[in-house]
Design a protein. Structure first.
Length: 82
C-alpha cells in the first residue's frame, strides 16, 4: 500500500509526484487523447499533460479527479477547433 503524500502547490515549482500519481496521469492522458483524431497532436497532448501536472501538484491525484481535469482540457481543445 502506498503511503499518501501531501504536496503544497507552489506555482513554478516542481514537486515530486508519487509513482501512483504518475501512473494515473499516464492512464488519463492516454484515455483522453484516444478521443482525438490519431491520438491527438503534440500541442493537444501537451496542453492536457500540463493541466494534469498542475492538478497533481495541487493535490488532485485520483483517476477521477485527473479525468475531470483532462476532459475539461479536451473540451477546450475541441471548442478551439483542435
Amino acid at each position: 500500500m502506498l503511503a499518501p503524500t501531501s504536496h503544497a502547490y507552489r506555482p513554478g515549482v516542481m514537486t515530486e509526484l508519487s509513482e501512483r500519481t504518475k501512473a494515473n496521469m499516464d492512464v488519463v492522458l492516454e484515455e483522453t487523447c484516444r478521443q482525438l483524431p490519431h491520438g491527438g497532436d503534440h500541442d493537444s497532448r501537451r496542453l492536457i499533460a500540463e493541466r494534469l501536472i498542475e492538478a497533481a501538484q495541487s493535490g488532485h491525484s485520483t483517476l477521477g479527479e485527473l479525468g475531470i481535469i483532462a476532459r475539461r482540457a479536451l473540451a477546450e481543445i475541441i471548442a478551439k477547433g483542435g
